[in-house]
Design a protein around this ligand. Structure first.
Ligand code: SF4
Length: 453
């Protein structure tokens, strides 16, 4: 860390402590204090927006900030702000852009890895279930990926699986060792105990994204009887000790209306979720159920609801498929993120089970330059409409071409599928979504043009 960065970090840490002492008064004072130092137009814009947000007690982002400050343990709030905003979003991104230029390859902002492919649940249609069970990335391998990633500017690490909390001890060790990074584990939360919740609060830089697919009946349909009750219990335990968590929801043909409802989002806020991450069902693997794919109407409903809630609810919401407009389409292939499965295969995305290299045989940088990743780099964005971002779900021919050109292999060792077969399962859904997405995007851009005039 340079002297300038250390000074920035110290200033940010002190500002946070100052605000925490009396958020009501001190947030506004801090804004007034830093306003004269804003040099660049976007600095002034952010400060202006923060000031406006705080001036309105009903503003959902003000309510979100107040909630986070009140709910999170002090060390957690400090670590999340420092590691996420300063290290991952500011200094990390700057390093990544330099490496990207130097090596002419994508360098991600976040890395998703699977500590294990094993899971204690057996959810119907789960993509992770298509990997062979019992595969693991060792503690040393996970550590090696993080060490290499930080060199490239990556300070945000996510865990999926399998059930990552089967490796809770290693996850805590890594968080402690890499106390400048921020971690998030996608978990079914059934293994959260009071002891684990306390350890997560103490280490401070690991958030849990808890899988929930609706209220009890709807959730338990795919995830198993009694799972919802265990999720709610885990949320209570985490909240009690000020550990950070949110929900992670897969929306499909049978639950979209429920998880897109105000009632569901309000319940998650009530339980203490600070963020919510929506994914849509993908028909991956030979046991996939394409009938669970959402209809265009359901995908549109989710798009509209997430926008509405983002402007009104005190929670940070993301929609992995419908938020392409904020990042110019697909983020995979190392453009903003990549996935390393429990066998070490470096995949462009958790939903794309093809690779041309394995982290046990290549460095992270070599993996970023591997044929499939270079195909992604050459072809992104896959569609002019960012609401049709995916090379599988929205533009299946693009994935067939890239996998073929790269000579990539299937990473589903137990149940490998030719890319043409996987793409074939998405063609109908892609064709139906295209006119709906184009109409939404046309209307949205027309509105933006009107506002700009
Ligand atoms: S490959 Fe598809 S699912 Fe993965 S990041 Fe890109 S758009 Fe999203």
């Amino acid at each position: 860390m340079s002297v300038k960065q250390s000074l920035q970090a110290a200033a940010l840490r002190e500002s946070l402590r100052y605000v925490r002492r009396n958020p009501e008064q001190n947030f506004a004072r801090l804004i007034a204090l830093i306003r004269p130092f804003a040099r660049l137009p976007w600095h002034r814009e952010i400060i202006q927006q923060a000031g406006e947000m705080w001036a309105d007690p009903q503003n959902n982002w003000r309510r979100f900030t107040e909630r986070a400050l009140q709910q999170l343990a002090p060390n957690v709030a400090e670590k999340i702000v420092m590691n996420f905003f300063l290290n991952a979003c500011l200094s990390g991104v700057a390093t990544a852009r330099t490496v990207e230029k130097e090596h002419d390859c994508n360098v991600p902002w976040a890395i998703l890895m699977d500590p294990t492919s094993s899971c204690n649940l057996h959810c119907e249609g789960c993509w992770a279930g298509e990997y062979a069970r019992g595969e693991h990335l060792s503690l040393e391998e996970l550590d090696g990926i993080i060490e290499q990633g930080k060199e490239l500017g990556v300070f945000f690490y996510l865990y999926s699986g399998g059930e990552p909390l089967l490796r809770a001890a290693d996850i805590l060790k890594l968080a402690e060792k890499h106390s400048d990074a921020v971690f998030c584990a996608f978990t079914n939360a059934t293994l959260v105990t009071p002891e684990l919740a306390a350890q997560l609060s103490e280490v401070g830089n690991v958030a849990l994204a808890i899988s929930v697919e609706g209220f009890d009946k709807v959730n338990d349909f795919r995830r198993g009887e009694g799972t919802y009750a265990r999720v709610v219990r885990a949320m209570d335990l985490l909240r009690e000790v000020g550990a950070p968590f949110g929900f992670s929801t897969c929306y499909h043909a049978q639950n979209t209306e429920q998880v897109a409802s105000e009632e569901f989002v309000d319940a998650m806020v009530e339980k203490g979720c600070l963020f919510g991450w929506y994914f849509t069902y993908m028909p991956i693997g030979q046991h996939a159920r394409p009938e669970l794919l959402v209809t265009p109407e359901q995908r549109q409903l989710m798009y509209e609801r997430v926008h509405e809630f983002r402007a009104t609810k005190p929670i940070f919401l993301l929609d992995f498929w419908n938020d392409g407009e904020y990042c110019n389409g697909c983020i995979a292939g190392g453009r903003h993120y990549l996935h390393i499965n429990a066998h070490g295969d470096v995949e462009p995305c958790a939903f794309i089970h093809y690779a041309s290299t394995n982290i046990r045989e290549a460095t992270l940088l070599e993996a970023l330059k591997s044929p499939l990743f270079m195909q992604y780099r050459q072809h992104q964005p896959f569609n002019k409409n960012p609401l049709r971002p995916c090379p599988l779900l929205d533009n299946p021919d693009a994935l067939v071409e890239m996998v073929t050109q790269a000579g990539a292999y299937s990473t589903q060792r137990r149940d490998s599928e030719p890319v043409e077969v996987v793409a074939g399962k998405c063609r109908e859904a892609a064709a139906k979504w295209a006119p709906v997405a184009d109409a939404i995007w046309q209307e949205r851009t027309a509105k933006q043009v009107k506002q700009a005039i």
